[in-house]
Design a protein around this ligand. Structure first.
Ligand code: FES
Length: 152
């Protein structure tokens, strides 16, 4: 990641380069090149967490997503070093965590919960739409129109 300073003064563009027409103090931002354009990402933008158990827990590789439970994520506090199970089937009564409902033989649920850990003691946004590409954490997929329309 490249860090650069964004100036609040007038910006001039020449080709692929940006110039500041006046000197002023700026804020530090991350700079990423995307298809010839420069995308600026604020330093304050939250980092999407990763599940350290993704590579070792086979349930993480389930290709299908569960039933949409809600159209927004749920924020919960988690402890570093402790294992948790996130509900993928969308049928748990303890959302966003698993309560064992997927084991009920009468429901014939093929999904298994996702075992996960966190790297810091803090609050995390867990996916509640069950459609995230970064299980169990919210990656913004819930903003899709079909997901927003699925829950009234
Ligand atoms: S709640 Fe599922 S991606 Fe945000």
């Amino acid at each position: 990641m490249i860090f650069t300073r964004v100036f609040v003064g007038n910006m001039l563009s020449r080709g692929n380069r940006l110039y500041c027409s006046q000197r002023s103090s700026g804020i530090l931002v991350k700079k990423k090149e995307v298809a010839g354009h420069i995308k600026q990402i604020s330093e304050d933008e939250p980092q999407i967490p990763q599940n350290p158990l993704k590579a070792v827990h086979t349930a993480s590789a389930q290709p299908e997503n569960g039933k949409i439970y809600d159209k927004k994520p749920f924020r919960m506090k988690f402890q570093k070093g402790k294992a948790y199970f996130w509900c993928l089937c969308g049928q748990s009564k303890s959302q966003p965590l698993c309560d064992g409902t997927h084991r009920n033989p009468y429901l014939n649920i093929k999904f298994r919960p996702i075992k996960f850990m966190v790297t810091e003691d803090k609050e995390y946004w867990l996916c509640n739409c069950k459609q995230t590409s970064n299980r169990p954490f919210c990656d913004g997929t819930h903003k899709r129109e079909d997901i927003q329309a699925a829950i009234k």
